[in-house]
Write a protein that binds this ligand. Structure first.
Ligand SMILES: [Cu+2]
Length: 64
């Protein structure tokens, strides 16, 4: 499944890396693309959106 989430407080590519790592802790096989300009995070994953949202939140970011 492909998810597209907006993370307004992803300010730079380092934030994107932190978010990518957080998602990979819940799904090591996930493909994550982050764009700090558009604040969009695209995730190709087998886990549920709820789990991905929780991982991002736990890393200190908010999902719109
Ligand atoms: Cu940053």
């Amino acid at each position: 499944m492909t998810l597209q989430l907006k993370v307004p407080n992803m300010a730079c590519s380092a934030c994107g890396e932190t978010i990518t790592k957080a998602i990979k802790t819940v799904d090591a096989a996930a493909t994550v693309t982050t764009d700090p300009k558009s604040k969009l995070v695209k995730i190709e994953t087998e886990v549920s959106e709820t789990v991905v949202r929780q991982a991002i939140t736990d890393a200190g970011y908010s999902v719109a």
